[in-house]
Design a protein around this ligand. Structure first.
Ligand code: FAD
Length: 408
């Protein structure tokens, strides 16, 4: 070993947020020889006691090639494992009129498709893989309170009171309402824009149907993302491997508020989504609609994504987007892939030099921000546009005629 390597200490990266993006990033850093500390606000979701109600929290997600590529980049079996438990969605099925007419619109002439995956299962799988690596420590029930980036210090509220940790580099993967981001904004000139839309969402569950052989089966064609577009609002349904569908009703908050009674709800569904009623079931529809939370939808844009060589934000912390393009998680996974491509290009080593600096890191992170910010902003805008497309444009005469010409 050279005298230089004697003087070097292994670099510690602190990742705030053990959600989808933070957990994947922990794997990437650990594979490159960093010591990784992953801090997650919630208790360990894998423990049976915490597998309680996940109702109303976007139970499944569309995983696309953008996200799959990042999973593949770990060189682990992640892609295969998660795809085995997914349902491929090759097209969208538009439920056009009141009589239940359906029209299939393929996503790609060459058969490329998206996959419905279970959010919790994917998160658990990533946490399992991260924790299996010797250089990763996961701290649950750690809520970031404050960060002093210039002194490499982060403070958390834990079940045992406040705790402070020292990390050489801090990553905020703590979601749309990122505390890491707000701490960075205190010490740098970060442009920041947050925009809510007046549409909210509520999840409804469509149980398996019973097939002619008495076995459970899907109530709708499983290889489609189903949409009931109604111009200013819509219902969608994504399949789950257990033969159920998770439906999401997107509509203006005022419309949610106007439906106060079960009779009003049933009249609304009979008017707009009549074919879905027997599939969801009247009792379940009423209990989900009045029992499940209404989520709000926000776009977050920030620039730049890094503060010197001290910290960076990724995933929703850097670019939350409305869910209509199905790319929020996929884009966050791609952040991880792109970040590590850039760190590799800059030959960043997981060592801290005598001055307490990770050589070349600041330039690499500046490169990352310069590359990624404009892509992140573009995908946020595309996601917003796709809301219009899904709830309205797919029903337009021109759109349907074009699809007919394409043979869809
Ligand atoms: P999050 O999933 O928000 O995870 C952040 C983590 O940080 C959480 O575990 C949280 O507990 C933790 N945390 C927060 N604050 C702190 C703190 N102070 N200290 C420590 N930890 C903290 N994307 C897709 O790609 N495809 C889809 O089909 C899709 N559908 C969606 C449907 C809906 C209804 C919604 C709302 C979103 C959808 N998305 C979809 C977007 C996707 O959910 C997000 O982009 C993705 O969850 C972002 O992952 P993340 O890890 O960056 O953030």
């Amino acid at each position: 070993m050279s005298s230089k390597s004697h003087q070097q200490k292994q670099a510690v990266v602190g990742i705030v947020g053990g959600g989808l993006v933070g957990a994947l990033n922990a794997i990437y850093f650990a594979q490159r020889g960093w010591k990784v500390e992953l801090y997650e606000l919630r208790p360990d979701m894998r423990l049976p006691v915490h597998r309680e109600s996940r109702r109303g929290k976007s139970i499944n997600l569309a995983l696309s090639e953008r996200g799959l590529s990042a999973l593949r980049g770990t060189g682990l079996n992640l892609e295969k494992t998660i795809l085995e438990a997914s349902v491929p969605m090759k097209a969208r099925m538009v439920h056009i009129g009141k009589n239940g007419t359906q029209m299939s619109q393929a996503y790609d002439v060459n058969g490329q498709h998206i996959n419905a995956v279970d959010r919790a299962r994917l998160n658990e799988l990533l946490l399992d893989e991260a924790e299996s690596l010797a250089n990763v420590t996961v701290y649950f029930e750690h809520r970031l309170l404050s960060a002093d980036f210039d002194n490499n210090s982060v403070e958390f509220m834990t079940s045992e009171g406040k705790k402070t940790y020292k990390n050489d580099f801090i990553i905020g993967a703590d979601g749309a309402y990122s505390k890491t981001r707000t701490q960075m904004m205190r010490c740098m000139r970060m442009d920041y824009n947050q925009q809510y839309i007046d549409t909210g969402y509520c999840e409804l569950s469509m149980p398996p149907a019973v097939g002619p052989d008495g076995k459970p089966t899907f109530a709708l064609d499983p290889n489609h993302l189903h949409i009931w577009p109604r111009h200013t609002f819509m219902l969608i349904a994504l399949p789950n491997p257990d033969f159920s569908f998770t439906c999401t009703l997107f509509m203006p908050f005022q419309m949610f508020e106007d439906i106060k009674t079960e009779d009003q709800l049933m009249s609304f569904f009979q008017e707009h989504f009549n074919d879905s009623i027997p599939l969801i079931g009247e009792a379940a529809l009423k209990s989900d609609f009045f029992g499940n939370p209404r989520g709000s939808l926000v776009t977050v844009k920030a620039s730049p994504h890094n503060y010197k060589d001290k910290s960076i934000i990724i995933g929703d912390a850097a670019h939350a987007m409305v869910p209509f393009y199905g790319q929020g998680m996929n884009c966050g996974f791609q952040d991880v892939e792109v970040l590590h491509q850039i760190l590799d290009q800059h030959n960043i080593q997981p060592h801290v030099n005598n001055e307490g600096v990770i050589d070349g890191l600041e330039k690499a992170l500046n490169d990352y921000s310069n590359t990624r910010v404009k892509d992140a902003h573009a995908i946020c805008d595309l996601a917003m546009y796709n809301y219009y497309e899904m709830r309205h444009a797919v029903t337009s005469y021109k759109f349907l005629a074009r699809k007919k010409l394409e043979g869809a």
